[in-house]
Design a protein around this ligand. Sequence first.
Ligand SMILES: Cc1cc2nc3c(=O)[nH]c(=O)nc-3n(C[C@H](O)[C@H](O)[C@H](O)COP(=O)(O)O)c2cc1C
Length: 267
Amino acid sequence: MDNIERLVRERRSFRTFDGRTLTAEDKEKLCSFIETIDNPYGLPVEFKLLEKMGCPVVVGTNLYIGAKMKDAPDMNVAFGYSFEKLVLYAQSLGIGTVWIGGTMDRGAFERAMELGEDEVMPCVSPLGYPAKKMSLRESMMRKGVKADERLCFEDVVYWNGFEQTLTSEAAGKLFLPLEMVRLAPSAVNKQPWRMVVMDDAVHFYLQRSKNFSGGKPDMQKIDMGIALCHFELMAKELGICTEFVIADPNIPCKTEAEYIASYKFKI
Ligand SMILES: Cc1cc2nc3c(=O)[nH]c(=O)nc-3n(C[C@H](O)[C@H](O)[C@H](O)COP(=O)(O)O)c2cc1C
């Protein structure tokens, strides 16, 4: 997958599809890509195409992709990373997606996924070709969560601790990988990621929003996986060497943001 910047900028949630079924070629490409999907935690995620499904916010397709994995401490972040890879790849084929973690009949999807007792299916997405015009419900939903807006760069990127923010100009070669995180999708568009650039590493933190206290699945930890995915894919494309590490630098933080993981980098 290349041209990550274009894919990230072009992607949005699609909830209105034009009714065409996926071509055999596109289905085949998706299925082959799924075989290559990994995540930095090394936790396997099992994807499955689900026919004849529906959910209340989506019109114009009944094909979905679901994914499940074994319950494990880092499963939400790992899931977010892996599923977002699929989302970006689908975008590269002109296939629309939307992360669905809440607005679905969870029981029906879990049955379709043949979920085992020790497994979790955090989210699903419809797959289809976007319609030219979005449904009224979709445009109202987008307004409701201000889906076209994002926090500013300086609201989410810090420098040498949480006391100083980092400007986009000062970010240098790290600007694009960090900007790709800023533009990422998140549950209810809460954008809970915070990044601290310090020495030779970018540390990723979760700043929980009110009414998102965790739980299973933990949507904001999934958001953090999406953030890691965007950062790593963009850095890789720019030729920045990254190494994924989990080593809490114990940076003091008044807002009690939770440390998730870091990327060491060599520019
Ligand atoms: C983990 C996660 C769960 C989400 N769950 C839902 C959902 O249940 N229903 C829905 O309509 N959108 C859902 N979304 C989509 C977000 O509302 C959307 O990504 C956000 O508003 C930003 O809009 P954009 O994707 O068009 O950039 C979810 C997104 C994420 C990342």
